[in-house]
Structures are given as structure tokens and as C-alpha cells.
Write a protein that binds this ligand. Sequence first.
Ligand code: ATP
Ligand code: SF4
Ligand code: MG
Length: 330
Amino acid sequence: MTPEPLLQIRDLHASFVSYRGLARVLNGVNLTVGRGEKVGLVGETGCGKSLTMRAVLGLLQPPRARVRGEIWFAGRNLLALPSRELEQIRGREIAMIFQDPMAALNPVFTIGDQLLDVIARHPKGRPSATEAWERALAILREVALSDPERVMRAYPVQLSGGMRQRVLIAMALVNEPALVIADEPGTALDVTIQEQILLLMRSLVDAKGLSVLLITHNLGVVRALTDRVYVMYAGSIAETAPTADLFRTPKHPYTQGLLASVPKLSGEGVPRGIEGMIPDYLAPPPGCRFAPRCPFAQPRCQQPPPWVTVDTDHQVACVLYDAAPAPRLP
Ligand SMILES: Nc1ncnc2c1ncn2[C@@H]1O[C@H](COP(=O)(O)OP(=O)(O)OP(=O)(O)O)[C@@H](O)[C@H]1O
Ligand code: SF4
Ligand SMILES: [Mg+2]
């Protein structure tokens, strides 16, 4: 059963004014995260994943950025809210976990200062000093940091990368936000530590029943951690499906290419990449932006592709599914 929507991004466009012209990056993004749902957003570098997240957080501002569309969160359109109200939502109801913990933590304050500052902004009110301290120690224990008193007194530079990432997860989860947006969490760490961090994040969000939007270009991470996936290409959603369905029966030629470019664990075969590059956002192709790289491109792809439901909860933006069953990549 589809959960009640918590975040609904509707026809989101974002462009940037530059000296070379207008870069039209986000081109009508539609994406929904249900309550308690873990949703992945994947796509190759530069496709607009982080921009989508920054739009949700209200971090794309005129005059450089032009944003239109709707971003509904718990019944409010974030794009129409005054900045003070948005500020209230950010960090309280929506929390972020960034890729680079060193950049996200303030080097001149101790972990304790920073964590207590977050706890003081709890949506239900500022707790007493003793209670805040207890909550801080409890969440540090939950993210498996032994000796939390020492961590509270430490400056970011005194902790390892893995510990800093755990602190960031603690800061994101301590006020139990309704939605956690994680942008490439742990990619600054080595692979084993990244895996531990992701498994930890999953067990915590499951235990607390939080919703997650997980942004990554790592398909293995998406497969392990999410219920549903959106595949993004050059500023719009190419396909969405329950995670298992997407990996079993990818429909969009871009998704098929993306999955075919992942090396198999068995070592069988040679991964096929997708030829070509993401288009120039100053002059993107008309219609389907994947057309210059698509082996199935045809004249009608010069028009914006239809959004077709191919199966329960499985939708794809491609003309191939408008009428007949589509072929797979050769
Ligand atoms: N402030 C900006 N001004 C102009 N263009 C921008 C700005 N921010 C992003 N872009 C453009 O938007 C495109 C998408 O950027 P974004 O950071 O969302 O990509 P991404 O999908 O998160 O990629 P990655 O996987 O590398 O993190 C970039 O290629 C860049 O050209
Ligand atoms: S709409 Fe056309 S160009 Fe785009 S993915 Fe489908 S077949 Fe390829
Ligand atoms: Mg990014």
C-alpha cells in the first residue's frame, strides 16, 4: 500500500543566470516521499540530485537561481513560505546529512556545543540543561560512539572521519525530524566504514519510523537501503519504481544503461557504460534530454516524453512505453 505523502515535489524547475546565458538545470522534477518511506534518488554526476535537495531546503535563491513549481511538505508549500517559517522547518522537521562531515561541522566549536545547540531547537521546546546533556549522550550511544562524554568535549578535528559522520547522523536524528535527506552520506569515508555507517543509518531510521530521501550515485547503496527509487537524468525524473522492480525490470533506456554499467560481483562480462555525456544545460536538446545518447531515439523524442505507468507504482518517461512493449538494450 502506498504510504501517505510527506514530501511532494511537483513540476520543479530551476535555472541559473550565468554570463553565458540561462542554464536550465531542473526541468520539471516530480518526486514523492511517503511517511516512513525510504526513497533513493540516483543518477550520474551533474544530473541535479543535490540541486533538488537544495530547492527543498530553500537554499536556491534569486537573483542567481530561478525556481518554480511546488514543494509540499506536511501540507505546506515550502516554495511559498516566508523564510522565517522555512527556517523553522529546516533542521527541525527536515534534517540533512551531508557527504563531507568536516565541512558540515564547525571546527571551532566542540561536538557538545554543536549537538546541544541542535537539541535546544527541538520543535517541542528547549529542554533543561541536564535533560539536553542526557539526550546528547543517548544519541551518541545510539550511533555507536563509545565514550560519549569524551566525544562531547572533542573538537571535530580530534575525531576520525567515521566518528564525525556518526556525529552528523546523531545531529540529524536527535530531534526526530519527519524527513531526513542524506546526500551521498559516507562517500568521503573508506568503503567498509561507509557500509557500517549506512547500515547504522538504516537501523536508526527504521527504529524511529522516519522518512528518508537518500541521494547517491551508488546503485548498491540504493538497492540495500531503499523501498523505492527515482532515476534522474539531466534535470528530470526518467523512471520510478519499487526498488526490487527497478533492478529486476528497468524500463527507461537510461536506467538500463546505468544498471548495465555496474560491474557484476561474479566478475562476469564487461560492464557497458553509456556513451556520451549529460547535455549542456545552456542548450539542452528539445524533448527528451536523453535522446542524443539513446539507442532507441526517434523523431517523436523531439517532444517532451509522456509519463507512462507500466506497472503498479512503476512509471517511466519514455515514448517507447506509450503504445507497444519496449525493447531492451542490444
Ligand atoms: N549555483 C549554480 N550555478 C550554476 N549552475 C549550477 C549551480 N549549482 C549547480 N549547477 C549546475 O547544476 C548541475 C547539477 O548539479 P548537482 O550538484 O545537483 O548535481 P548532482 O546530481 O548532485 O551531481 P553529483 O553526483 O556530482 O553530486 C551541475 O552540473 C551544474 O552545472
Ligand atoms: S523518449 Fe526517446 S530518446 Fe528518450 S529515452 Fe525514450 S526512446 Fe530514448
Ligand atoms: Mg550532488
